[in-house]
Ligand binder design. Structure first.
Ligand SMILES: Cc1cc2nc3c(=O)[nH]c(=O)nc-3n(C[C@H](O)[C@H](O)[C@H](O)COP(=O)(O)OP(=O)(O)OC[C@H]3O[C@@H](n4cnc5c(N)ncnc54)[C@H](O)[C@@H]3O)c2cc1C
Ligand SMILES: *[C@@H]1O[C@H](CO)[C@@H](O)[C@H](O)[C@H]1NC(C)=O
Ligand SMILES: *[C@@H]1O[C@H](CO)[C@@H](O)[C@H](O)[C@H]1NC(C)=O
Ligand SMILES: *[C@@H]1O[C@H](CO)[C@@H](O)[C@H](O)[C@H]1NC(C)=O
Ligand SMILES: *[C@@H]1O[C@H](CO)[C@@H](O)[C@H](O)[C@H]1NC(C)=O
Length: 531
């Protein structure tokens, strides 16, 4: 029997889908028949709060990127989620006073490191279009360089031009005085610079910064204010969105394999009893709808438009597939380790046995790799650090092919790789020669966002060759062809999800805004804004 009410099916129970469900349900309670179908066995999507060795950790989304104006922060505050008895990831903010050690065990002078760190920071701020205080020579040169290559410039090549400009300008004769062991001063500077590039790879999910578009960088928006984590876990925000929904509105374990839609109205709308959209699930069942809101990740969409997959039938129009193909979507994983904490509180010979915020500086050229056993997949990891001061849980972020490789390793391979790396870095450390036992790693937990078929990656970015317009195209509902829209049912397929937000893509609040946007689009269509 065909329902009297318009039926809206939301695909995906992540931040975008649940925000849309919350908005549609609370604004129109009885107007729609509303359903959320989720392929996995839990809600939250790329938000997955968990526990490791007694600490609360986040396997996916971790930070509120600026509390000023963030809807996620607003919810977290309202539900009292910003305080907790149980320790949580980054509860004291980001740790300070990093210990920076170069491969071979050479501890680097903080002021030497700082000169490169601040160069890197200034270059990124320049790329992001922020005002920077200094209008020094490098800034001038970089502005010129950026203007010259306008169009196809990548963040990666912009950064390297910046480093070259720095070397030309400083022309530091003393550079090689700063060398240690096998390192020349210049090779150290380059490797410190690369360490910051590696952090940037995890921020953006662009495994290779040469594929990250320079021009889009300045359109990306951050909220003002501090960046914080959520004490009671990111999942508490998700639970708050779902708490008002009736039982049964969210159905888990229903994976969509095909979305049939009607770009042009057939003469006889009798097919499908007049339903414009038909969903097929992996268990063989089907479901009809008037509107579906697709919130699956850009990675799932990329996979879905491949010929052999055919998630959409008929295929999506070319403006849509073009945007999906051009936009970037990368892999970022988190690796948690438990470190054994012998002598936790005792200082020995003036040494503090607590594991530091360790910044790792690795040799850059392949020819140097053969001499050590540090595995290649760790060599582009910027840091290893306790998740808060005193925690026995350490965390590293990995991106790109290194992250994908991490996903394929077993626990023992990971623990061995990390131990080898840390012993190399600490080999000259006076404290560890003076009686403090070397840290031992007992346990590991790492995410697998890249290989999980429900995500196929972590978050999106604007790749060289695409632009922010592609994010808008992704948000465009279908059918959108003016020549046929008068004939066919409107708003059959709507798109939400972080990758559909022009200025806040890649974030939870971007996903939130996109869900709100599509819910409002439908409410407006049915003239019930403000109901
Ligand atoms: C490691 C990591 C760290 C991050 N850190 C941060 C951070 O610090 N701050 C921040 O703001 N953001 C962060 N993010 C990004 C943030 O998590 C995402 O942008 C946001 O959660 C995406 O929400 P979404 O609703 O768009 O997509 P998703 O959460 O991916 O929701 C889509 C849902 O669709 C389901 N699905 C997929 N295919 C199908 C199918 N065929 N049928 C049915 N259901 C399907 C999925 O299971 C999923 O539940 C991070 C992400 C990762 C992976
Ligand atoms: C989410 O976390 C649980 C453990 O808390 C884990 O079993 C599951 O694999 C995680 N899912 C993803 C996609 O990371
Ligand atoms: C950008 O690259 C494309 C193809 O590689 C080229 O056709 C175009 O001229 C380039 N644009 C600029 C501004 O360099
Ligand atoms: C670095 O120096 C050590 C000892 O001085 C040597 O054994 C090693 O091969 C050198 N490594 C490189 C990459 O040159
Ligand atoms: C369809 O979407 C494309 C891409 O965003 C847009 O350029 C075009 O104007 C849209 N057409 C209509 C009729 O809305």
């Amino acid at each position: 029997m065909v329902s009297e009410k318009p039926r809206i099916v939301i695909i995906g129970a992540g931040m975008a889908g649940l925000t849309a469900a919350n908005k549609l349900y609370t604004s129109s309670k009885e107007l729609f028949e509303l359903l959320v179908v989720e392929g996995g066995t839990r809600i939250g999507g790329r938000i997955n709060t968990s526990e490791f060795c007694g600490d609360r950790i986040e396997l996916g989304a971790t930070w509120i990127h600026g509390i000023g104006g963030s809807p996620v922060h607003k919810i977290a505050q309202e539900i009292n989620s910003l305080e907790s008895e149980q320790p949580w990831e980054c509860m004291g903010g980001i740790l300070e006073d990093p210990l920076t050690i170069a491969e071979g065990g050479y501890e680097l002078n903080p002021s030497f490191v700082e000169s490169i760190s601040s160069l890197f920071k200034n270059l990124m701020e320049l790329a992001q279009g922020k005002m920077i205080d200094e209008d020094g020579e490098i800034v001038e040169r970089m502005k010129q360089a950026a203007a010259l290559t306008a169009g196809n410039l990548s963040v990666g090549s912009f950064l390297r031009q910046g480093l070259d400009a720095y070397w030309r300008i400083t022309n530091d004769e003393n550079l090689d005085v700063n060398g240690v062991g096998n390192w020349s001063g210049k090779s150290l500077q380059e490797a410190i610079f690369a360490m910051h590039e590696n952090t940037q790879r995890t921020f953006t999910s662009a495994g290779n910064l040469h594929t990250l578009d320079y021009n889009a960088e300045s359109e990306y928006k951050m909220f003002p204010g501090e960046e914080i984590t959520i004490a009671k876990g990111y999942l508490s925000v998700i639970q708050s969105l779902t708490s008002v929904l009736p039982a049964g509105l969210i159905q888990l374990g229903l994976k969509v394999v095909k979305i049939e839609w009607q770009p042009e109205t057939k003469k006889n709308m009798e097919i499908n009893n007049g339903w414009p959209v038909k969903l097929h699930f992996s268990d063989g069942s089907t479901m009809y709808a008037d509107h579906v809101i697709v919130t699956v990740s850009l990675g799932v969409l990329k996979q879905g438009i491949r010929q052999d997959s055919g998630l959409f039938s008929p295929s999506l129009p070319s403006f849509k597939t073009g945007a999906i193909s051009r936009l970037g979507y990368g892999v970022v994983d988190k690796m948690f380790l438990q470190v054994s904490n012998s002598n936790e509180d005792q200082e020995i010979n003036g040494c503090n046995p607590k594991f530091p915020l360790l910044q790792m500086v690795f040799h850059q050229s392949d020819s140097n790799f053969r001499h050590t056993k540090i595995p290649w997949w760790i060599r582009r990891t910027a840091s290893l650090s306790p998740i808060y001061s005193n925690s026995r849980v350490l965390l590293s972020w990995l991106a790109g092919k290194e992250a994908l490789h991490l996903e394929s390793l077993n626990d023992e391979e990971i623990l061995n790789g990390v131990s080898t790396t840390v012993s190399n870095l600490l080999s000259h450390n006076l404290c560890y020669s003076a009686g403090i036992p070397q840290p031992k790693f007992d346990k590991v937990l790492r995410t697998k966002w890249g290989t999980d078929p429900l995500f196929l990656g972590s978050y999106s970015y604007v790749a060289v060759g695409s632009s922010c317009d592609d994010l808008d195209s992704l948000a465009e509902p279908l059918p959108n062809d003016s020549s046929s829209s008068s004939l066919s049912s409107p708003l059959q397929i709507l798109f939400a999800g972080e990758a559909t937000h022009r200025t806040h893509y890649s974030t939870t609040h971007g996903a939130y805004f996109s869900g709100l946007r599509e819910a409002n689009r439908l409410l407006k269509h049915y003239n019930c804004i403000g109901v």
